[in-house]
Ligand binder design. Structure first.
Ligand SMILES: Cc1ncc(COP(=O)(O)O)c(C=O)c1O
Ligand SMILES: Nc1c(O)cccc1C(=O)C[C@H](N)C(=O)O
Length: 412
């Protein structure tokens, strides 16, 4: 073992020992065979909570197996808004009555984008940036084609991501809606959400945030910031599991005014009247379409309980400490091998993942996965290190970075 490795090990051990949230890591499932050495992809799929296995079994035997269809009346009909309100209170900064759980992020993006655009009579431009996640860009393109709207593209600077200045330069009387990601999926850039929201609102446009890469790792204050619309997934930092339903936030000032495009019976005012005509619910339920994914939203409840126990501010502090440590290790061990740090260096502008670039990272990632070290790869050369604050230890980060160094060194 080299001196620098010994130093890093000492430091990671010290950081874990001093971490007030370290014990929470045991709440998450880990394979007993030790096959996962370092999981650095919680920003794509969070680990399951141990409690979830038992709670899912209890759900199958209880609410589903024993309650059967009665559970719809007793509980499940309200679950999309009850869990939505819990999410609103725990991580989003949203008062009750504005958040629902259901559908995928892509489908909720579609519903809210269309509802927002259609609700802005006389305005026909949608603003989005070229580095946004593909599904966001594709949906905007599809909706623009469907509704004859114009897309105004922001081309952000690599070092800064989308800034308030970028937004101010393109918004005006024709802007209907602005869609941006709070944390950029590739660079990890954290946008100035309150500043940008204010600019957009002042211009009379609607502000919509994609919170996929921030929900559960960064506190948001959607009500206080005056956000109009937001969506996000629950399988990353909210540990809801593969394909877990997404959430949508619709500011209560807009609820009665916006009409979503996918009319279904569960969004109707009285679903069980089985009426002849569609009349949307007066409240946030109008953004629901079909039968809510009750089974698929159970694991999210376990993570929300944990987040309520820990507090989202403490989660953010650990996230910053983990990304700072990652950057320090990258500088020490990987930059000398030609690796480039491509995420913001200032934690105030960074989410909970760090991306590094090297021409051989596609090959490196494949070898790392075989060895139980699991980051992910994003084209053209990016290796993304996702730090899920409650389930990632400093030792795990260190093991991951040293493994990357080992694989890279073996290739040169
Ligand atoms: C910013 C962002 N938006 C949307 C999505 C995708 O949403 P969906 O769950 O519909 O695949 C992702 C990740 O998959 C994402 O990172
Ligand atoms: N949603 C995903 C999936 O269904 C399969 C594999 C990966 C994902 C992801 O979450 C990708 C992720 N949003 C990203 O930022 O790249």
């Amino acid at each position: 073992m080299s001196n620098s490795t010994e130093n890093a090990t000492l430091t990671s051990a010290r950081l874990d020992a001093a971490d007030p949230l370290a014990a929470y890591r045991d709440r998450f499932f880990e394979p007993a065979d030790g096959s996962v050495i370092s999981y650095l992809d919680g920003n794509s799929l969070g680990r399951p909570l141990r409690a979830t296995a038992a709670n899912l079994t209890a759900f199958v035997q209880g609410e589903w197996g024993s309650g059967l269809i009665r559970s719809w009346d007793e509980k499940w009909m309200d679950e999309p808004t009850v869990v939505g309100d819990l999410l609103g209170a725990t991580v989003l900064g949203a008062a009750p009555g504005q958040t629902i759980i259901g559908d995928s992020t892509s489908v909720l993006l579609y519903k809210l984008l269309r509802a927002g655009l259609d609700g802005q009579a006389g305005r026909d431009e949608i603003v989005i940036d070229r580095w946004n996640f593909p599904t966001d860009r594709f949906l905007v393109e599809g909706i623009a084609a469907e509704r004859g709207a114009k897309i105004v593209w922001i081309d952000p600077d690599a070092a800064t991501g989308v800034t308030p200045e970028d937004v101010a330069a393109v918004i005006g009387e024709r802007t209907a809606l602005v869609l941006l990601s709070h944390v950029a999926y590739r660079s990890g850039f954290l946008a100035d959400a309150p500043g940008i929201t204010k600019l957009v609102k002042d211009a009379g446009a609607l502000m919509m945030w994609d919170l996929c890469h921030s929900a559960g790792s960064i506190p948001t204050e959607l009500d206080a910031w005056g956000v109009d619309l937001a969506v996000g997934c629950s399988y990353k930092y909210l540990n809801g599991g593969p394909g877990a339903p997404a959430f949508a936030y619709i500011n209560s000032a807009l609820t009665g005014r916006l009409q979503q495009p996918i009319w279904g019976w569960m969004g109707a005012a009285n679903p069980f009247e089985m009426g002849a005509d569609y009349e949307p619910a007066a409240n946030v339920r109008r953004f629901i379409t079909g039968t809510p994914p009750i089974l698929a939203m159970q694991p999210l409840k376990d993570m929300l309980a944990l987040l309520a126990e820990v507090g989202i501010e403490a989660v953010r502090s650990k996230s910053v400490a983990l990304t700072e440590y990652t950057i320090a290790l990258v500088r020490e061990h990987l930059v000398p091998l030609g690796v480039e740090l491509s995420s913001p260096l200032d934690p105030a502008h960074r989410g909970s993942h760090v991306i590094i670039d090297h021409p051989r990272f596609a090959e490196v990632t494949a070898k790392l996965w075989e060895a139980g070290v699991i980051p992910d790869f994003r084209p053209p050369y990016g290796l993304r290190i996702g730090l899920s604050p409650l389930s990632t230890s400093f030792a795990e980060v260190e093991a991951g970075i040293l493994a990357i160094r080992g694989v890279l060194a073996s290739m040169s």
